[in-house]
Design a protein around this ligand. Structure first.
Ligand code: BES
Ligand code: MN
Ligand code: ZN
Length: 499
């Protein structure tokens, strides 16, 4: 694979070439290994720091090309500020920063996993490595033209120098699984819709079988039999058939109720007959970011052999205008039995989820359900790209999600549900209609979903329209498709539901 990083751990030692990256605290305090490594270049850092007014503050860095007295091609010093204040998530950020400091022309780097007070702990070094991996991600499989000297498109070798190689490797193994899950989710979101249509999506989800995940793919016939007409109505204008994929990872106690994750997988959303304007419509290849997160999460859980029973369910469709497409005014009967009047065919995600949620609850009787969906433009108006909108019928579940959001920096913000909003989606002709009018668009969408979830099942809906793609650029994400949610939900499982 071009542009991949080869990541490894090595013992502390002076590297003979490439880029050397070290961390330093305020007032330029370096750790012992860094001091030893830089012994050949006395005063170099101090002099360069003075010239650059570098002081080791968090977020600052110092870049020295061809450092006199050292064999490496470049020395980068990254400030960590007050090292004692670093939280767990900051180490991944540091790894991202370090990777970002590696110039495109460089093929090799050594990162000294050390703070001023001493070597990073194995878990901290492993977080650092995860950050490197996530920052190094590139989606360049459709770029055919490369410059000969562009090392950016060749393999890069990154060595993370640690005190205890075996311990760091061990700590990294679960993070490697999580990183793979995030990368998988990003790849799915970035993939164009001519390549990633529902059947292909189902095939890629089926690849999780290799990790011991049981995967069922329901085709149109199977879904018709179950009465999933809300989901099927969305896909009926497409040449590509719809699919529903159920993935099960049984790492927990036998017979224990699973946790469940449900994703919106609209491989492309034209809006259907209520067609969207042309500007920016290409972004709607990412309208399956919820489903991508669920697949990435199931990958992470299985690959790290999480001690939990988990199911992932994704409804995968393409929303197209066509002679056979669904019309505004059509009424469909969902799997739940409730009838839905279609007001706007562009409010399609909730129709897919209505049947996917009902199916998940009925078939798996989960402990809780969390669904993810790029559901409304309105949530971007409300929260921008910093938080996903969270709607829930359960305080315990939503508190846990909020906590995990802060710990992973994939933050969620709880939004209200209430009977007054619910009234807005009462239909003149059917039980419910699929839009609620101009105001509170993210909330009426959530109210719609809630009509397909029983009060007995703790449930949270995450509206990731602002975070799933074209989202916040961070030290660990420069990708259009962010893979948002894998880290958050993996954390939720790890902190509260693993035995
Ligand atoms: N997939 C869109 C929501 C979306 C918009 C996600 C922009 C990411 C970026 C969704 O299917 C949609 O079209 N929602 C409509 C609902 C409306 C018709 C009630 C919207 O938000 O405008
Ligand atoms: Mn839509
Ligand atoms: Zn959509």
């Amino acid at each position: 694979m071009p542009g991949a990083v080869k990541l490894g751990f090595s013992p502390f030692a002076m590297p003979g070439r490439g880029v050397l990256i070290v961390f330093c605290g305020e007032a330029l305090v370096l750790g012992a290994a860094a001091r030893r490594t830089l012994a050949g270049a006395r005063d170099l850092v101090a002099r360069a720091a003075k010239a650059e007014r570098f002081n080791g503050k968090s977020g600052s860095s110092l870049d020295i090309v061809a450092p006199a007295g050292l064999n490496v091609a470049r020395l980068v010093v990254i400030g960590v500020g007050k090292a004692d204040d670093l939280a767990a998530k900051d180490f991944a950020k540091l790894g991202g920063t370090a990777m970002g400091k590696m110039p495109a022309s460089a093929g090799e780097a050594t990162i000294l996993a050390e703070l001023p007070r001493g070597a990073m702990r194995p878990d901290q070094a492993a977080e650092l490595a995860l950050g490197v991996r996530l920052r190094a991600y590139r989606f360049d499989r459709y770029k055919t033209k490369r410059k000969d000297d562009d090392q950016a498109s060749a393999d890069k070798k990154i060595a993370i120098a640690v005190a205890d190689v075996a311990a760091a490797r061990k700590a990294f193994s679960s993070r490697e699984a999580i990183g793979d899950g995030i990368v998988l989710a990003r790849d799915l979101v970035n993939e164009p819709a001519n390549v990633l249509y529902p059947e292909e999506f189902a095939r890629r989800a089926s690849a999780l079988k290799r990790l011991g995940v049981a995967v069922d793919v329901l085709d149109v016939r199977a879904m018709k039999k179950l009465g999933m007409n809300a989901l099927l109505g969305v896909g009926q204008g497409s040449r590509r058939d719809s699919r529903l994929v159920a993935m099960r990872w049984n790492g927990g106690r036998k017979g224990e109720a699973p946790v469940a994750f449900v994703g919106k997988g609209v491989c492309f959303d034209t809006g259907g007959i209520s067609i969207k304007p042309a500007g920016g419509m290409e972004d709607m290849k990412g309208d399956m970011a919820g489903a991508a997160c669920v697949v990435g999460l199931m990958h992470a859980l299985a690959a790290r052999k999480a001690k939990v029973n988990a199911v992932g369910v994704i409804g995968v469709v393409e929303n197209m205008p066509d002679g056979n497409a669904q019309r505004p005014g059509d009424i469909v009967t969902s799997m739940s039995g409730q009838t839905i009047e279609i007001i706007n065919t562009d409010a399609e995600g909730r129709l897919v989820l209505a049947d996917a949620l009902w199916y998940t609850a009925k078939r798996f009787k989960p402990k809780f359900m969390v669904n993810l969906a790029t559901l409304t433009g309105a949530i971007i108006v409300a929260l921008g790209h910093e938080h996903a909108g969270m709607f829930s019928n359960d305080d315990k579940l939503s508190d846990r999600l909020a906590k995990c959001g802060l710990a992973t920096d994939e933050r969620v913000w709880r939004m209200p549900l209430a009977a007054e909003y619910d009234k807005l989606i009462d239909s003149k002709f059917a039980d419910v209609k699929n839009t609620g009018g101009r105001w509170a668009g993210a909330i009426t969408a959530a109210q719609f979903l809630q009509r397909f979830v029983s009060d007995e099942t703790p449930w949270a809906h995450l509206d990731i329209a602002g975070t799933g793609f074209d989202s916040r650029q961070t030290e660990t994400n420069k990708s259009w498709g962010s893979g948002w949610g894998v880290l958050l939900l993996n954390r939720l499982v790890a902190d509260y539901y693993e035995r």
